[in-house]
Design a protein around this ligand. Structure first.
Ligand code: PLP
Length: 399
């Protein structure tokens, strides 16, 4: 047998791992309600028409060539406009890089920043690639706590304890996947102060920035004075174009501390050639066009969030914090005597109630004894899922 690399074989991705047992069930003819993947395009959400039209037009008009590695100048300019308006950041197109979505931004940033043995602070619980990709680059993801009792806000004291001389950056995911937390301005300021004290950059994942239910998202990019901040965003969530694989990041770095990292990132960007050209034309339309569609979409999402939150509160054996952003809810399993761990719980719910969640431990240590539900589907689908789940919990708790 030809051996694969240990670095690739070691990769885990909980969100897709649970799909295999679900597929087995489906092969036997069982209808599984899948609430595991955060893809709005699988339900009644599509990118707005002006973006879809711009994509088709770009292809028809012949924009099917390689573009610059850093992204098309028009796209970078559109990002500047959008981000100045949203975050008030003082950046130019030269500070912006376009990527094959946030996932590629993470690859470029981690790959350029981390030597083997370095570490980076990532939230716990967190979106799994933060752990997986950092490990892929032979570095250590150090999970800092976010506190459930405090609406899953980051624990800045815990962050401080985890910093050492090999720490290279602090990563924030806000609004958060999987908890749906929206971080307070005060917390972001404290994190910037901490980063400043240790000379660390902050890497800010803002892919859900305009998807909030109460309160507005605050970016560290808008508050920093001297701490370098790398802000990442893209078309997948707020613009509902997950499959287009397009995103961007930019540097807010008033003292140019990231000069060498920027050079390294550009080297990495060149060997992967460029992001999709026609997708960038669509993104320009999205970034500069009307955001009116978002109001309807957020109204639908809010209805679904309110519905699932209410139902979960009525189900025994679990407790739930109310998500303030994104489209995930992250209940806690209170009754623990019936299962070995949260993965067993999720598999039991799959086999008995035919609903597919993701086990919380797949999102890191602080996710243990939790599970993540995606509330993107219409209320009728959520209703069926919650009916099945409620019956399952009542039965198990009575055993
Ligand atoms: N970052 C977070 C926090 C996410 O939840 C996701 C997808 O679920 C991504 C990044 C992936 O984004 P993209 O589709 O832009 O690669």
């Amino acid at each position: 047998m030809i051996r694969a690399s240990e670095r690739a074989m070691g990769i885990e991705y909980a969100i897709r791992d649970v799909v295999l047992p679900a597929r087995e069930l489906e092969k036997k003819g069982v209808k599984v309600i899948r609430l595991n993947i955060g893809d709005p395009g699988k339900y009644d959400f599509q990118p707005p028409k002006h973006m879809r039209d711009a994509y088709c037009r770009a292809i028809q008009e012949g924009h099917n060539y390689y573009g610059p590695s850093e992204g098309l100048p028009e796209m970078r300019e559109a990002v500047v406009q959008r981000e100045r308006e949203k975050n008030g950041v003082d950046i130019t197109a030269d500070d912006v890089r376009v990527t094959a979505a946030v996932t590629e931004a993470l690859q470029l940033i981690f790959g350029s920043l981390l030597n083997p043995g370095d570490n980076i602070l990532v939230p716990s619980p967190s979106y799994p690639p933060y752990v997986g990709l950092v490990k892929f680059y032979a570095a250590e993801p150090r999970e800092y706590l976010t506190v459930e009792e405090n609406g899953w806000q980051p624990d800045v004291d815990d962050m401080r304890k985890r910093i050492d001389e090999r720490t290279k950056a602090i990563a924030l995911i806000n609004p958060n996947n999987p908890t749906g937390a929206l971080y307070e301005k005060k917390t972001i300021k404290e994190i910037l102060d901490l980063a400043g004290e240790y000379g660390l950059p902050v890497i800010s994942d803002e892919i859900y920035d305009l998807m909030t239910y109460a309160g507005k998202h605050v970016s560290p990019g808008s508050l920093t004075k001297d701490v370098p901040v790398i802000v990442m965003n893209g078309m997948s969530k707020v613009y509902f174009a997950t499959g287009w694989r397009l995103g961007y990041f930019y540097y807010v770095d008033p003292e140019n501390k990231l000069e060498e990292v920027r050079e390294a990132i550009d080297k990495m960007a060149r060997i992967r050639i460029c992001p999709s050209t026609p997708a960038q034309f669509a993104a320009i339309a999205g970034l500069t066009g009307s955001m009116d569609y978002l109001e309807d979409y957020m109204a639908k999402l809010k209805e679904r969030r309110d519905y699932i939150y209410k139902r979960l509160q009525e189900i025994p054996g679990i407790s739930t914090t109310k998500p303030q952003g994104a489209f995930y809810i992250f209940p806690r399993i209170e009754e623990r005597s019936k299962w070995k761990n949260d993965k067993e719980f999720v598999l039991d719910a799959l086999h008995e109630a035919h609903v597919l969640f993701v086990h919380g431990s797949g999102f890191g240590k602080a996710g243990e004894w939790h599970f993540r539900i995606v509330f993107l589907p219409p209320v009728e689908v959520l209703e069926e899922a919650m009916n099945n789940f409620e019956t399952f919990m009542k039965k198990r708790l009575a055993e």
